[in-house]
Design a protein around this ligand. Structure first.
Ligand code: NDP
Length: 331
């Protein structure tokens, strides 16, 4: 049988695990040209909140990035056993009509789960935001919010490789220890424990902020605005603090004018053509230890709702995935 996680109803407030329900249907059979993928790693991403609020059909499995193995194939381009990633769903098996949208995963680049983490969308997002839009230079101060997460953990390390001094914030003492001791940031503060984010930024970025890699928006972004250095850059990657609220509460946007600063929103969907050049580069950084990556993996399809909502509330260190079947490459 194929166990699936369906969106049961839309939220009328914060996203909770009871918005989802499990069901079981027979494992799909491929028609001519079709492929059935046995899903191995399912992604949990903050952007799903917006889709759950208004896009995903109620009563259907939630569509996400997945790494899996071709289980049954009626398509010679996708032999059984091929490791693939694609936009599949929170379920154990997915029927892929015509094999469309699948991409082969090269296990020589790293663990296959990386195809939906550091060697996939979150990693490329970090690169585009931190390096192409942030353009950090040696000696500059870069601040990264959600620094222990899937994207922020890489963004800060890349800024540090570029020679910047990198400060992070994360939601617990354990996360901050990870950010400094494992990821090598220069400093990190617990945004949930400090009396004021502004005061914490004054302590850790005493000369101001040249680049702010914004993962959260809201109060944190507002505090950053009054601490920008001339010519500062703000790659606006995410606004997770406001996904479940109306408005962003910004009051200090005038600082952009005074500091001749640049704020650039970006979506990784506009940059996917960069993946082929990015993958060998990031794979080398990982092999050399220049970038360290953590995946926070839960196990079992039934854990998906809690794993997803837990990530939104901050219980993840690194990229939150759920493993739902055996990884054929795991040693
Ligand atoms: P993370 O792994 O960083 O997980 C989400 C984290 O957000 C939580 O662990 C929590 O960490 C933090 N968080 C939750 N609520 C708040 C809050 N109110 N204030 C501050 N932090 C909060 O997720 P990702 O790395 O996958 O995504 C990070 C951001 O990047 C998101 O905003 C996401 O939407 C965005 N994104 C944008 C892309 C693009 O194309 N522009 C692509 C991919 C992601 P903590 O405990 O530290 O608070």
């Amino acid at each position: 049988m194929n166990t699936r996680v369906l969106l049961d109803r839309r939220p009328d407030g914060p996203v909770t695990a009871d918005l989802f329900r499990l069901d079981q249907v027979p494992v799909p059979e491929p028609g001519p040209g079709d492929v059935v993928v046995r899903n191995v790693y399912l992604s949990c991403d903050p952007y799903l909140v917006g889709r759950i609020q208004s896009v995903f059909p109620v009563g259907e499995p939630v569509a996400v990035r997945v790494v899996g193995v071709v289980h049954r194939s009626a398509n010679p381009a996708w032999p059984e056993g091929t490791i693939v990633w694609g936009f599949l769903a929170w379920e154990e098996y997915t029927l892929v009509p015509g094999g469309r949208g699948l991409t082969a995963v090269d296990p020589s680049l790293g663990p296959i789960s990386h195809a939906i983490s550091v060697l996939g969308m979150p990693g490329l997002t970090a690169y585009v935001g931190a390096i192409e839009l942030g353009r950090p230079t040696p000696g500059e101060t870069v601040y990264v919010s959600s620094a222990a997460g899937a994207v922020g953990s890489v963004a800060g390390q890349l800024a540090r490789l570029a020679g910047a001094r990198v400060v992070g914030s994360a939601g617990s003492a354990a996360k901050c220890a990870h950010v400094v001791d494992v990821l090598g940031f220069d400093a990190c503060f617990d945004h949930r424990a400090v009396a004021s984010i502004g005061a914490a930024l004054d302590e850790h970025c005493p000369h101001g902020i040249d680049v702010y890699f914004d993962n959260v928006g809201g109060e944190t972004l507002d505090a950053v605005l009054t601490r920008l250095r001339p010519g500062a850059r703000i790659p606006v990657c995410g606004q997770i603090a406001t996904y479940e609220e109306a408005g962003d509460g910004l009051r200090n946007i005038g600082a952009m004018l005074r500091q001749r600063a640049t704020m650039t929103g970006f979506s990784i969907y506009d940059h996917t053509h960069k993946l082929p050049a990015f993958l060998p580069r990031m794979s080398r950084w990982l092999r050399e230890g220049a970038v360290v990556y953590t995946e926070d993996i839960r196990h079992g399809i039934e854990t998906v709702p809690d794993a997803f909502v837990g990530m939104l509330r901050g219980d993840n260190i690194g990229k939150r995935l759920v493993q739902v079947s055996d990884d054929p490459t795991a040693g």
